[in-house]
Structures are given as C-alpha cells and as structure tokens.
Design a protein around this ligand. Structure first.
Ligand code: NAD
Length: 353
C-alpha cells in the first residue's frame, strides 16, 4: 500500500491510473480537490477496491497521521501542490500555504509515523517528493541543461514555493534521517491536463475557434515530457533510487512555445480539419508576456538514465499526437472541466473570450 497526495490532479491522476494498471498494490489517494483536482479522471476506479480516495489537506497533520497509522503505507508520494505559475503571480498565498506549510506538516506527520515503525519497515519506507525544474531558474541559450547540482534560483512565486519545499524535504533527510527521494521534472503534457496549461488550452481553444494566446514572442523554451514517461520514472525511482538523492527527469525535448503551438495546429489540421478548411495556425494571437517569464528550461536527465536505467518511451512527436487524439476522443471529460471554475480563471487571465 502507498499513500499518494494530489492524486486527483494532472500528474497524480495519471500516476494513480498507471500504478494500478501495472500492479495490484493499493493506493490511498489524499487530495484537497482544489479547482485542479478532478475525480472524473479517476472514474474508472470507482468500484476498484485497490483505490481509496480521501478528501483532505496535506497541511492537516492530524488527518495524515491517522491515515498513516490506519493504512500503514510503505511509501508516500507527494504530488499535492498549487502548480500554476500565472495563478502564483496573481495570488501567491495559497502557494505558500500548500507548497511550503503543507509540505512541512506532511513531513512532520510522516516523520512521526516513520519513527514508530519496526526497524525493517523503517528501513524500507520512502517519501518521494515530486518537484519541478523551475526551481533552477532560467537558462541562457548556450547554457548546459540543469543538472542535479545546478544552484536553485527560482524566479516565480510558484517555483520559489516549490524550491522551499524541496529544501524542507532535504533537511528532513539530513536532520532526521527520513528516507526521502526528490525529483525535479520538466514540463509534462498528456491526458487529463487541466486546460489552463499551454498544450490543452491550445487544443481546446483551437477546436472552439478561439484565439490561441502566445506570451510575448513565443520563443520561450521548455523541455517537454509525456506524462506517462514521468510516471514510469517515478515508479523506477521509488523502486531503486538512493535515499537523500535528487533525480532530474526529462525527455531531451527542448521546444519554443510557438513551435509547440504550431505543432498542435498541424496535428489538428490533419486529425480534425476546420470546417472552413483554413489552418488552425490562423488563430494564433500574441499577448503581453508574463512578468518575469523564464526564457529557457532544459533538463539533463543523465543521472537517472545512468544510475537507474530509465528512458522515456515517447518522443515529443509521438506523445503530442497521443495527447491531441486523447482530447479529441474525450469530449465528456473536457466538457466537465470547462464548465467549472476553469472558465472564471480564463476570464481573469486572458480577458473575456
Ligand atoms: P495539478 O495542479 O494538476 O494537481 C495538483 C493536485 O493537488 C490537485 O488535485 C489539487 O486538488 C491537489 N492539492 C492542491 N493543494 C492541496 C492540498 N493542500 N492538500 C491536498 N491536495 C492538494 O498539478 P500537477 O501538474 O499534477 O503537478 C503535480 C506535482 O508535480 C506538483 O507538485 C508540481 O509542482 C509537480 N510538477 C509538475 C509539472 C507539470 O508540468 N505539470 C512538472 C514538474 C513537476
């Protein structure tokens, strides 16, 4: 049994589905169900005895403590976070509360539980903290990609709060001996992605014949990883990672945002042409850049490849095609999401649409 936090979100939801596809080990899934948590993602597990969902906050130390004692997981995988950079710029306080204070409370509850375990179980226990490459700040075009030894230089409230949480996790290992693993992953994309993020936003706006907003000149570079490859990396790290270590996870797929949007438009032109036969790229609209927008992220994932033998299964091209096809085939999931809080947020972020 493992305890997953934030398992109703994009990556956590994919991880839960993937995990139960690959093994019969049960999952306790604790999620606060913020606007980003969506139980519809987990609908196929509704009657599955291997999955138990509990609505709750990682900051609720007493609740976490009770769950740990009741279910005795052999590992905790922490996905729970506020995760959207733009939201962190408009209102950072939730990011401080969940990503920093919440992680602190979770660590304390886990430490209490771990201290009470018999020696063999204490030895085998793992706390896997899922984090982002954004903690490293931004790269110049000629800089080497981020490695595990790159200094932390977070630039947004989101990345600063994740950096703080990474430091807490590290300190709980060095000070208390808690057997932690930390991962810093590049931008994920794939099924069940909440449509405030670039790739699903562009797919859905294109189909709805709305503008495709591109920040600034669209030349910001991100390193993309198909979410299922992130899940396989996390499984591998949980299985064989060395405690106290951090692992960078990435797919060596650096792309400028404008090229990503053009690639989505080309796929849609092929898979679902516009009624008037014109190219979707005509909907591209440049909007004012995000303040403090990092220019380039890139991940050097060689440590994970070398030490744990992990490699991504999908290229950016195959993963993006799968993603576009998934959104085309899952109108009900999309409808459910887009009829909710998402619309209010899109209004704040991009103005009336
Ligand atoms: P998400 O926003 O889609 O999901 C976050 C989930 O956490 C939601 O289900 C939400 O309800 C839940 N949550 C929020 N606050 C909570 C709280 N206080 N207690 C319990 N649950 C809470 O995020 P995501 O994209 O799935 O990211 C998951 C993790 O991976 C985050 O820690 C993020 O920093 C990290 N990460 C994301 C990416 C990416 O590209 N999306 C890349 C690298 C790392």
């Amino acid at each position: 049994m493992i305890l997953v936090t934030g398992g109703a979100g994009f990556i956590g939801g994919n991880f839960v589905l993937d995990w139960l596809n690959q093994s019969n080990e049960a999952i306790i899934n604790l999620d606060k169900l913020t606007y980003a948590g969506n139980l519809d993602t987990l609908i196929s597990l509704k009657d599955d005895p291997r999955h138990r969902f509990i609505r709750g906050d990682i900051g609720d130390r007493e609740l976490i403590g009770r769950l740990l004692v009741e279910f005795k997981p052999r590992a905790v995988v922490n996905f729970a976070a506020e995760s959207h950079v733009d939201r962190s710029i408009h209102g950072p306080s939730e990011f401080i509360q969940t990503n920093i204070v919440g992680t602190f409370n979770l660590l304390e509850a886990v430490r209490d539980y771990w201290n009470g375990l018999p020696a063999r179980e204490r030895e085998a226990f793992r706390f896997l903290h899922v984090s982002t490459d954004e903690v490293y700040g931004t790269l110049e075009p000629t800089d080497h990609p981020f490695s595990e030894t790159t200094a932390y230089r977070p630039n947004s409230p989101y990345s600063a709060s994740k950096a703080a949480s990474d430091h807490l996790v590290r300190a709980w290992h060095h000070t208390y001996g808690l057997p932690v693993l930390t991962t810093n992953c590049s931008n994920n994309y794939g099924p069940y992605h909440f449509p405030e993020k670039l790739i699903p936003l562009v797919i859905l706006n294109a189909l709805a014949e709305k503008p495709l907003p591109i920040y600034g000149d669209g030349q910001q570079i991100r390193d993309w990883l198909f979410v299922k490859d992130h899940c396989s990396a996390l499984r591998r790290i949980l299985e064989a990672g060395t405690t106290g270590e951090t692992y960078n996870v990435g797919g060596w797929n650096e792309k400028a945002n404008l090229d990503v949007v053009r690639a989505i438009c080309a796929l849609l032109d092929e898979l679902k042409p516009r009624a008037d036969g014109r190219p979707y790229a005509e909907q591209i609209t440049f909007v004012t850049d995000r303040p403090g927008h990092d220019r380039r992220y890139a991940i050097d994932a060689r440590k994970l490849e070398r030490e744990l033998g992990w490699k991504p299964a999908d290229t950016f091209e195959t993963g993006l095609r799968k993603t576009v096809m998934w959104y085309l085939a899952n109108a009900r999931w999309v409808q459910n999401v887009t009829s909710g809080a998402y619309l209010d947020w899109v209004q704040i972020q991009y103005g009336e649409q």
